[in-house]
Design a protein around this ligand. Structure first.
Ligand code: 6GU
Length: 227
């Protein structure tokens, strides 16, 4: 998969996408992430990419011209399956959307800043708008990093044990069960007996019950709606 990310602050994307599992995905050639500084397409030599909003009011708006030139120039080399605008008023991200996007070949992500981008870009170029939750970040970069990480780890071959993503919280609309490692007794706090039983069927049953009860108490909303 190839992901292009358009941003006024591409530096913000460096660290989160270059360690651990994302690094492994790139090293294995399973994921290519290209970040692009929007000022490359600035309207003047001062690097301008934003301007005051029509109608008045505080806050700048990202201009059409740099964004459209960037999108068109990147689209000349790559056919994007989706042009995603990261924005707090987008569709709220969940595992179902991540799964869907992980099946695509090429994604372009646009990170907003200030008051957001000129709405004409959304109307004419953006195919999908995504928010990572009901709170406001100072820009779309961290959201793009979150989305890229969530997608990247699902690509076949990225995780060591390929089945492990299947048991993530949310993959079946249930939270993950508790996990333990050695020692079996730490300060008298004991690991549940069943996990030491060596009976895989009992272990599976116990994990499923734990998943259900955790979901019921922590996230009952997951059980009664198809979010
Ligand atoms: Cl995608 N962008 C910004 N700026 N804030 C957010 C967000 C995105 N998702 C949640 N909050």
């Amino acid at each position: 998969m190839r992901i292009d990310i358009l941003s006024v602050l591409p530096e913000l994307l460096e660290s989160p996408l270059n360690h651990s599992i994302m690094k492994r995905a790139k090293d294995k050639g399973l994921l290519e992430v290209h970040t692009h500084g929007l000022r490359t397409w600035a309207v003047n030599k001062y690097g301008q990419v934003d301007d005051y909003q029509f109608g008045g009011g505080a806050g700048m708006v990202m201009m059409c011209e740099p964004l459209v030139n960037a999108i068109e120039s990147l689209s000349a080399g790559t056919t994007y399956d989706e042009v995603i605008y990261l924005t707090p008023d987008g569709e709220r991200l969940n595992q179902r959307i991540v799964n869907q996007l992980s099946l695509k070949q090429n994604l372009l992500m646009i990170c907003g800043h200030y008051k957001g981008i000129d709405d004409r870009v959304r109307e004419h170029f953006v195919t999908r708008e995504i928010s990572i939750g009901d709170y406001v970040l100072s820009g779309g970069e961290l959201a793009a990093a979150v989305l890229t990480d969530a997608i990247g780890r699902l690509l076949p071959g990225v995780l060591n044990d390929e089945t492990s993503a299947l048991f993530d919280s949310f993959q079946d609309d249930l939270l993950a069960p508790p996990v333990y490692t050695r020692p079996a007794d730490f300060r008298g706090w004991k690991v549940p007996e069943v996990l030491l039983s060596g009976d895989p069927k009992k272990v599976d049953e116990w994990r499923h019950e734990q998943s259900l009860s955790r979901t019921r108490t922590r996230r009952p909303d997951l059980l009664d709606e198809d979010a």
